[in-house]
Design a protein around this ligand. Structure first.
Ligand SMILES: C[S@@+](CC[C@H](N)C(=O)[O-])C[C@H]1O[C@@H](n2cnc3c(N)ncnc32)[C@H](O)[C@@H]1O
Length: 313
């Protein structure tokens, strides 16, 4: 399984994911996968994990990995921050590479930057003793920011140096080198583990609701957006079941580093009324955003004349 699903509810066993025990190395933001190809050729003794948010890039890297017969590479489509915080076990990681991370230069977007104190503190507890993060970038301001944040985390010794030659052959490296831009490099070596890094996501019980009324009378559906602390639950569309009066709702839960697409059903309940619950399709993780999405559907049904009998978790 070259592309894998990561989940914090069922901890990932990396040895069985790779089919062997070996040092675990992560590249965050692998783009078209050129550096992953280099890593697996230069270090066949490593298990190489890649995390990338762009689906197009994941497919480009997937095809590259197939072409080069990469045996010990696994790709994850999603945020590197999520993988590090919620999936990697304590002390499970040997090394992290970040090549040409998005610099988010505008002040109002600074919070999107990956390399910040909270991330360094989480990473400190996921790395093995002596583990390290290797940053290469063309962006002087983000470089200085990352170095300062790494030091401010109190967990890393930072050494600046020349970029390793292979980091100068990625797609973005070549783009910036063609424009004669200088390239910066630093190694962040773990010196101590943070006392209380940001906690992992935890499983929360599934939300359900029972409403009195029927679904035959509900009117036209319009997109529902529900804000909650830390994210948004967005119910996008509703569909009617052809064989009964059940409804299916397509929803998205947006939380820090985690976007989940959901199907929520409103179905006639055996004991009367309408049961609103999450469908397991797509293996969603039961986060606060999922709970809020279920309640957004229940609230919309209430706005259509049904009455809330019971909501429970
Ligand atoms: C400027 S590109 C660099 C790509 C590649 N490393 C290279 O050197 O050619 C930055 C990449 O990071 C990805 N990215 C941005 N934020 C991310 C995150 N939080 N987790 C994983 N990938 C991310 C983007 O989709 C993009 O592919």
């Amino acid at each position: 399984m070259l592309v894998f699903n990561a989940d914090f509810q069922t901890p990932t066993d990396f040895s069985s994911l790779f089919g062997r025990q070996a040092p675990l190395v992560l590249e965050i933001g692998f783009g078209d996968g050129r550096y992953l190809e280099h890593l697996q050729q230069a270090h066949p003794e490593w298990n190489v994990l890649g995390a990338e948010v762009s689906l197009g890039s994941v497919w480009r890297a997937f095809r590259r990995m197939k072409r080069c017969g990469a045996e010990h590479v696994r790709l994850y489509k999603g945020s590197g921050r999520f993988i590090v915080r919620d999936v990697i076990p304590e002390g499970g990681l040997d090394r992290v590479y970040v090549n040409f991370p998005d610099p988010w230069p505008r002040k109002k977007h600074l919070s999107n930057r990956l390399l910040q104190v909270p991330f360094f503190q989480i990473l400190s507890s996921r790395l093995k003793p002596g583990g390290s993060l290797h940053l290469t970038t063309d962006h002087p301001e983000y470089f200085a920011f990352s170095v300062a944040q790494g030091k401010a985390s109190g967990c890393f010794v930072v050494e600046e140096g020349d970029p390793p030659p292979a980091t100068l052959r990625t797609k973005y490296a070549m783009k910036w080198l063609e424009q004669d831009k200088p390239i910066y490099h630093a190694r962040f070596t773990l010196s101590s583990v943070a006392d209380s890094p940001e906690p992992r996501n935890t499983i929360i019980p599934m939300q359900h609701a029972i409403l009195d009324g029927t679904l035959t009378e509900v009117g036209t559906f319009e997109k529902q957006v529900r804000a909650f602390e830390g994210g948004h639950a967005i119910v996008l569309e509703a569909y009617r079941d052809l064989s009964g009066d059940g409804l299916l709702f397509k929803a998205v839960s947006e939380e820090p580093d985690l976007r989940q697409e959901l199907i929520i059903q409103a179905w006639p309940h055996e004991q009367g009324g309408v049961l609103v619950s999450l469908q397991p399709f797509g293996n969603p993780m039961t986060t606060k955003g999922v709970r809020e999405s279920v309640m957004a559907v229940a609230d919309w049904l209430v706005s259509q004349g049904l009455t809330m009998q019971k909501a429970w978790i």
